[in-house]
Design a protein around this ligand. Sequence first.
Ligand code: ZN
Length: 195
Amino acid sequence: MKYCCHCRTELTLTIPPGDNRQRHVCPQCDTVFYQNPKIVAGTLPVHRSDSGLQILLCKRAIEPRCGYWTLPAGFMENGESTEQAALRETREEANAEVELQQLLSMISVPHIDQVHLFYLANLPQPQFSAGEESLEVELFQEQDIPWEDIAFPTVAKTLRYFFQHQNTPAQLSRCFNSTIELSEALRKLEQAQQS
Ligand code: ZN
């Protein structure tokens, strides 16, 4: 952020009166431009059939982490609820209609100023296809989850939490609340780059 979007004056970095940290401030019209974390909302779609339980994953067609598998998720839009964002992202990335259940995980990612939320969701029909931002969309049984090729640590954590607690609904109904440390994210990225 370099220029004021109201008067186009170059912004300065300063601590506004009554504040305790540096902000981008317009010296002309005194507007303070606050920058706060962004919320990513998504689903963990579960399809149950005679052959057991399967999870819907999308292979990313865009950077970052193009070619890696993820749960359908994306940045919230203004004017949306977290539930609406999760449903919209599931439609956009997987062309799938799901029924939202409880909030499954809420994970802070402070080094990139994001919070990731995933809802448990029921996928009644195995109907889906790759949206604009996906190369492929597929159902996976637990033993077939491509753990080495999961795009983001928050997705891996959410999947692991689900499989650990899927048979204990009381535990699963409590939202998994966690933080991804920078060291953890870097380690995951290095492993991915080496393989
Ligand atoms: Zn201004």
